[in-house]
Design a protein around this ligand. Sequence first.
Ligand code: KG4
Ligand code: ZN
Length: 342
Amino acid sequence: MNSTHILGIETSCDETAAAVYHQEKGLLSNCIFSQAVTHQYAGGVIPEVASREQLEKIAPIIASALQQAHSTLADIDVIAVTNKPGLPGSLLVGLCFAKALAFAAQKAIIGINHLEGHTFSPFLEYNVPFPHVCITASGGHTSLNLVRGFGDYVTLADTRDDAAGEAFDKIAKLMQLPYPGGPVLEKLAAENSFADTRHYPRGKRSDTLDFSFSGLKTAVLYDLVRQNAYSLEQKEFLKPNDHALIREVAASLHVCIADIFIDKLERALAMHPEVQAITFVGGVACNKYIAHRLHIFAQSRKLQFYKPSTQFCTDNAAMIAFVGSYKAKHHEFSTLDLDIFQ
Ligand code: KG4
Ligand code: ZN
């Protein structure tokens, strides 16, 4: 089967995205609708609202992706769709739409792991050498993977509780800042020159490489309580106008998370001296301060460093179409009984 045109569909959380990838010409289109404004004041994604909005946006986004690629459904050979992990309601919208298209138009279908999409997102722009260590940091996941080739990777560390992006989002919510917390806190931290005045715990554990960020959220909470800035009884931030305090928290949080990432990378590299490069992917990779710290660290180890551009860091369908293209080349097709997995 000749599978040159891949339509990628991504609906795992609060972004509705579609893209067309061509095996020789590369990315032909990349369309996305983000629900960030919808969830801004709730302080996080409301699953029921997210899936309803996915349902409204899925058809127009796919139409836009085809149009931007100067293609029609007839030109598409394979539909690659995210089927795990994510919010069940949101995943189902993308998967059901993809299956209906595949059935009606007689196209091949491939289920894609969203995290595999992030892992290989740097390849949309760079030829990253193998083996490399990939640090994925998003709203739902934080992990370290040893990537030995396409489809050949080993998870070295995972999230025990909250992900790094979730820590940004929850701490922003604690201080009555809008969702998503990462970009808002980055701007505030820059205004405080990324100074580590509050010294939050790094939670170093020698027995595991796994990440844990729920303790960091608790440390920030009790730091605010100690400063009479948060009431545990009323569950309320009491100093929303104390910009100096908010900037200090934001800056110290950045230094803490960057230090945690570098500590884990150092330990992963000690176990895998064969590594050639470090990649940084997922929504948190948009963060210029953390990316800069990781870049400097990679240089100190004489390793190359790759981070996708912003549009490919946050959730997108280009990365899903790209992995779909790889899987199509290797005839790793799914069937129409494909299901979602949380
Ligand atoms: O990869 P992504 O778009 O969605 C998931 O798969 O979760 O990541 C979203 C996460 C959110 O938690 C958001 O706060 C975080 O990425 N994020 C950032 C920045 N931009 C987005 N975190 C830190 N700094 C940023 N500039
Ligand atoms: Zn993601």
